[in-house]
Design a protein around this ligand. Structure first.
Ligand SMILES: *Cc1c(COP(=O)(O)O)cnc(C)c1O
Length: 464
């Protein structure tokens, strides 16, 4: 064996001790690390002929890059929808690399990792009170989950017109309807050849981001006879608005469209008895997207795609790796290979399985409730502030606000707030109005973090 590999395999303990020390240093000081770093210049290096080995690499990484790692898994990183990573999830993720499985088949000479993946999906569905009517698998994020659900929807729409789109390509008139689709839904439509510009936009009631049911039914009438795919939002990113799923299901029974629910983070409120009604009826959807690297606090990258079991054949005809003769019959020999976009697959289910098993129902209820409470606290501060104003009600775990006066100073305010590195938020547009957005999904965020953010905001405001 090449000497360096031989050495390292005989010194794994030394290597992992160092990695562990490094990990502890990061995780134990996360709250004090900056949430942004403005100077990200790094020296360009040349590929060595003689590499320094794992410890040498770690040393170089620490010297050049480690200090530039921002505290995005920390308690005050409120930009985008950024979750953290719980200890059990990190343990699972570490072991995912150690076991290094290519997770595929659950049958015959299959591998246990695919069976554990199915088990993780079952536990997640139990957490979210979803019945066992869905087949699920892990993908990299809600984008790929939306892509998967809409991909099977496309196959369904083709089948309704007597076409096999996965073989024959896209043609004909598939209708896609949505009110406030996430940008990744639009991206998925591009990737699927359905066209990002081909969405029939359903109106929203005043002050809402949800589907206006009267307009929706009118559009369904107008497109009668054509296959319709409806993308429904269970938690929009700006105001965490939910489409009225129960009413949409009633219309589905009449108009027979495909219902895809993007519940990337909003789906997790199903674990709270107080909020479960927001998802009432979602068990009747055709496909559902759930992100694990957001509110579930599993490290990147991880999401689940759920598609009704009755669409199994459609799903396999969409994703089968058909030109590989060694696969055998794909319908009675389940393998993720023929089920999701990727061929080779990481054992991505393990961190999720670890955290579901480690924290149970009460752990996740606590995380979701804690986020909502912190958002409400932060929202109350904005509401009572002389300097800031809410641009939307704080429905759940996202706060959108602006400066009360001198709106033109908003970009400068946000830039300075983020530059100071104590708290991180992102800009957004809400009905054409620019706003600052703070999303709460990290299990570490506590009352003291709200206090720090408020102090920062006051100081930055007065420095403008
Ligand atoms: C984050 C998000 C997505 C995209 O998810 P990725 O995990 O970034 O791919 C899709 N839909 C909603 C509602 C989201 O919040």
């Amino acid at each position: 064996m090449f000497e360096i590999f031989d050495n390292e395999l005989n010194n794994l303990e030394t290597i992992f001790d160092q990695v562990k020390a490094n990990s502890l240093d990061f995780l134990e000081n996360l709250a004090d690390r900056p949430t942004s770093i403005t100077d990200l210049s790094i020296p360009a290096t040349e590929l060595a002929n003689e590499g320094p080995g794992a410890l040498g690499g770690l040393d170089l990484f620490k010297r050049h890059y480690e200090k530039l790692m921002v505290a995005s898994p920390g308690p005050r990183y409120w930009g985008f929808v950024t979750g953290g990573a719980t200890p059990a999830a990190i343990a699972g993720d570490w072991l995912t690399a150690v076991y290094d499985q290519n997770t595929q088949s659950t049958q015959g000479d299959g591998d246990v990792s695919a069976i554990i993946e199915k088990e993780a999906i079952r536990l997640l569905c139990q957490l979210l009170h979803l019945p066992e009517d869905f087949d699920g698998g892990f993908v990299t994020g809600a984008t790929m989950s939306n892509f998967t659900g809409l991909g099977v929807a496309r196959q369904w729409a083709g089948a309704r017109a007597g076409r096999d789109i996965s073989r024959e390509g896209v043609a004909g008139d598939i209708v896609i309807m949505a009110a406030t689709p996430h940008s990744s839904v639009i991206k998925s439509l591009s990737m699927l050849g359905l066209g990002s510009a081909n969405i029939v936009r359903i109106q929203t009631p005043e002050g809402r981001e949800a589907i206006d049911l009267a307009d929706f039914e009118q559009q369904l009438e107008a497109h009668k006879g054509r296959p319709v795919i409806v993308n429904c939002s269970a938690g929009t990113v700006n105001t965490v608005d939910f489409d009225d799923i129960k009413a949409i299901i009633a219309l589905k029974n009449k108009y027979h469209f495909w219902l895809h629910i993007d519940a990337a983070f909003g789906g997790f409120v199903a674990c709270l008895p107080s909020h479960r009604h927001l998802l009432e009826g979602w068990e009747h959807a055709d496909s559902i997207t759930i992100d694990c690297h957001k509110w579930m606090n599993v490290p990147y990258d991880s999401a689940v795609s759920l598609v009704r079991k009755e669409h199994n054949k459609l799903q396999i005809s969409t994703f089968q790796n058909s030109n590989a003769p060694y696969l055998g019959d794909t319908s009675d020999n389940f393998s993720y290979l023929n089920f999701l976009p990727e061929n080779s697959r990481r054992f991505r289910a393990l961190p999720a399985w670890f955290s579901l098993t480690a924290y149970g129902r009460n752990g996740f209820e606590w995380i979701v409730r804690n986020s909502i409470e912190r958002a409400q606290e932060f929202g109350s501060y904005i509401e009572s502030s002389e300097n800031f104003a809410l641009v939307a009600p704080v429905r759940l775990n996202v706060v959108c606000f602006r400066l009360k006066k001198d709106i033109e100073k908003m970009p400068a305010f946000l830039k300075e707030l983020n530059r100071r590195g104590k708290v991180f938020m992102t800009p957004t547009l809400l009905s054409g109005q620019s706003a600052v957005r703070a999303a709460f999904v990290n299990y570490r965020t506590g009352k003291e973090d709200i206090a720090i953010a408020v102090r920062e905001m006051e100081e930055v405001f007065h420095s403008l």
